[in-house]
Design a protein around this ligand. Sequence first.
Ligand code: FDA
Length: 299
Amino acid sequence: MSAFNRLLVTGLPAVPKPIVGRVASRYVAGESLDDAIRVVRNLNQQGAMATLDVLGEEVSERAKATAAVEEYLRVFAAIDREKVDSNISIKLTLLGLKIDEGFCRDNVARIVETAKSFGNFVRIDMEDYTTTDATLRIYRELHGRYGNVGVVLQAYMRRTLRDIEELPDQGANIRLCKGIYVEPRTIAWKGYETVRHNYVQALDKLMSRDVYVGIATHDEFLACAASALVDKHGLKPHQYEFQMLLGVDEELRRILIAAGHRLRVYVPYGADWYPYSIRRLRENPEVARHVLRAMMSGK
Ligand code: FDA
């Protein structure tokens, strides 16, 4: 990233919210469930599956967490009614993890149980390192109870190779990503190539353990390494999937689908789009150009 881009990225919080909103709209399906279903249907027509995420994180009031649970129950009903191919992704801090772990676990259990009644699946996103232990605890407990739940591991975490050893022996379903939060060096590998290296090691280890992996990346180097690992482990297309974020590198998405891989797109929606959008803009090297253009157009 150029020094100028870096400066703009650092200054993003000072950019007026409507401008961030306009630039970030490519990463978010819209504010309503109807908007989200429309985007999912469109993705399905392009040969991609989806995972729907209700935007929001770090709630401190029980009522807000309960409202998020209710919204997810509406999502399952809509997926079923509209016959679209999508599961869901959830963030535990939206479901009350910072309020009380037991309250959060019960909320997640309601969602996973409802998913099961619809024959659907729940992915627990991984947030910053202060939540890792609790997230894995809740995942293990609900996996044991219901089965139709998976979690995320982050390749930048120094602990990830160890965490893979402690996954359930049967039916584990893991999304592997690089990791997006700014973590201390004592917790996370820092070098770009180091994280790539750990990603490949973790993916190899997951596949060796017969884990179903969601290979979540837009990094062509990793897509290439992952394809080689799929061959090495003799996996059939139904034994893994690629995953990408809405609005990022649609050409790579088409290339992977055309090569016969299953691919799922992460589709966030909701009124609480700001923190998610800021994280996405920070990792987009072209952010400066987009933000400047939006500011110059004066809208
Ligand atoms: P990298 O950041 O190197 O990007 C590779 C290339 O992709 C870039 O050169 C650029 O061209 C393009 N690109 C990447 N991001 C872009 C953007 N926002 N806009 C435009 N182009 C972009 N993290 C986490 O900590 N917990 C989680 O639960 C999840 N969940 C998750 C789900 C899915 C489906 C994906 C794809 C990613 C996540 N992540 C995540 C985010 C992940 O950790 C990581 O930050 C991003 O995927 C970027 O890493 P890449 O592997 O794409 O490599």
